[in-house]
Design a protein around this ligand. Structure first.
Ligand SMILES: Cc1cc2nc3c(=O)[nH]c(=O)nc-3n(C[C@H](O)[C@H](O)[C@H](O)COP(=O)(O)OP(=O)(O)OC[C@H]3O[C@@H](n4cnc5c(N)ncnc54)[C@H](O)[C@@H]3O)c2cc1C
Length: 465
């Protein structure tokens, strides 16, 4: 169905990008054959590193005519295989389009290229007393283009929302090669259909994002973190609902079980605080008035103890706060270190159902006899469910994983949830999409894809069953 990359194609790519930015070395192709999704691998035929939207436009026009698949790639830190070229063809790397173009303090807007690492955005705007809240745990490595394509969330989503809540303008190249400009430095804009929101979370299947305008807010002056320990995971889960029910909205409420803390200890090679407890919440409170944030901190502490907390550590300086967050940020790497073969699901349920959902995961763990470790952004109802193979037989693993994932998705759907909260459908959750959204919605999705990309050359093999 698709054309292969031959010498004529390579010649065209070299004339467009320059010889140094057309990569064919097998060792380099191997780097672009995977993202951070365990067990997914597909080599591209060639990788190109773009530096301008005009290059991308000419590439897309060429690829569309020749019917060659193009897989856009930011930093390759995705967790659903979105940047993996499962149909071969060309990987279009955006990593060299990494300029912060403007911090506009008069309009509180930031203009960037898609390859900027998200953590660099935080550093740059915070120096100016400004704040870009979305903070995926991968922020030191992932790119803002990838965040937009996945509509990334992060711990601060509880109070500040996710990537889509900050995007005001996008430039994008369509599969036909045409360039469109959407929105601008506009706080509000209802001129026609909201195509910005359509492109956000479209996982690189509708257009390639080449320039981004983000809304900024003032940086909160005071932050206090609480690390709260519980003797039962159920009490920790109940506390999340209790905090929300008290109408307190922390910046973050993250959940960890003891098993994940101990796995992090081993990975980080250091003893972590309150390690004997069964479950933990990591809660961040912020604001501009020290007294107000301290009062909020006391109220949250009271709710935690009412729900059965056994200890609370408080951190109000950056060094201690970083120490408290170290384990949470290292969990994914630590689990991977413990079991390189693993399956990570990313379900989302209404916040008040977290408790019921976690209880069901315990039952599955017992029934399947595999470690199922849950952690995540409990303040958003977003739970990362990790099944570890460790040294169990490969044959059994391959048999049970589809069954187990399906059971996890079914439980999430029964509780009014969904199969992915922030990692995307990508290549790994495609076959569950119909069940998750229903056939009518899936038909609409297909119609949208067809309109943007009638030849299905942009990131094929993603999202659709
Ligand atoms: C340790 C770890 C922690 C993580 N924590 C979080 C978290 O807290 N929250 C969260 O939401 N995610 C998290 N993730 C997942 C991941 O980091 C995010 O999905 C991130 O947005 C991926 O960005 P990237 O630049 O690496 O994108 P890539 O993996 O390169 O690409 C992801 C998708 O975006 C598309 N894409 C990339 N750039 C463009 C572009 N310019 N135009 C169009 N499409 C494009 C690709 O085709 C692909 O479909 C985590 C991952 C890891 C490994």
């Amino acid at each position: 169905m698709y054309a292969k990359v031959n010498s004529e194609v390579i010649e065209f790519l070299r004339s467009l990008f320059g010889k140094d930015r057309v990569l064919l070395d097998p060792d380099i192709l191997e780097v672009y054959a995977h993202d951070e999704t365990a067990g997914l691998h597909a080599q591209p035929e060639v990788v190109v590193r773009a530096t301008t939207a005009e290059q991308i436009s000419r590439l897309m026009k060429f690829a569309n005519e020749k019917k060659i698949p193009i897989t856009p790639r930011g930093a390759g830190y995705g967790l659903s295989g979105g940047a993996v070229p499962v149909c071969g063809g060309i990987v279009l790397s955006l990593e060299k389009m990494d300029k912060i173009l403007e911090i506009d303090k008069k309009n509180l807007m930031l203009t960037v290229e898609p390859g900027v690492i998200t953590g660099k955005i935080h550093e740059a705007v915070e120096k100016e007393g400004l704040f870009y809240p979305p903070d995926p745990a991968s922020l030191d490595s992932c790119s803002i283009g990838g965040n937009i394509a996945e509509n990334a969330g992060g711990p601060r989503a509880v109070k500040y929302g996710v990537t889509k809540d900050y995007v005001c303008g996008l430039d994008a190249v369509l599969p036909s090669g045409e360039i469109i400009q959407l929105g601008g430095k506009l706080v509000k804009n209802v001129t026609g259909y909201n195509l910005i929101d359509l492109l956000i979370g479209s996982e690189g299947t509708l257009a390639i994002i080449t320039r981004i305008i983000l809304r900024l807010i003032p940086l909160p002056k005071v932050t206090i973190d609480l690390f709260v320990a519980f003797n039962e995971f159920q009490a920790a889960a109940d506390t999340v609902s209790a905090i929300i029910e008290h109408q307190i909205l922390p910046a973050s409420i993250e959940f960890m079980e003891q098993d994940s803390l101990l796995t992090c200890e081993k990975y980080l090679k250091k003893e972590l605080p309150l390690r004997e407890a069964a479950a933990f919440l990591l809660i961040k409170l912020d604001g501009n008035d020290k007294g107000e944030v301290e009062a909020l901190c006391e109220s949250v502490g009271e709710v935690c103890f009412e729900q059965g907390a056994i200890d609370v550590l408080v951190a109000d300086d950056r060094i201690t706060q970083d120490r408290l967050w170290e384990a949470r940020r290292a969990i994914i790497e630590a689990l991977k270190d413990r079991s390189p073969v693993n399956q990570m699901e990313d379900i989302v349920v209404p916040r008040a159902k977290i408790n019921d959902f976690l209880r069901e995961m315990k039952k599955l763990q017992k029934r399947y006899e595999y470690p199922i470790i849950c952690f995540g952004h409990s303040g958003d109802g977003n739970v990362h469910v990790n099944i570890l193979k460790e040294n169990r037989p490969q044959e059994k693993w391959e048999k049970i994983i589809p069954e187990l994932s399906k059971e996890i998705f079914d439980i999430a759907l029964t509780f009014g949830g969904q199969i992915t909260g922030e990692h995307g459908v990508g290549a790994t959750r495609r076959k569950y999409l119909k069940k998750a959204v229903g056939s009518k919605t899936l038909t609409l999705f297909r119609g949208i894809k067809e309109l943007f990309d009638p030849n299905n050359i942009l990131n094929p093999g993603k999202i659709f069953p």
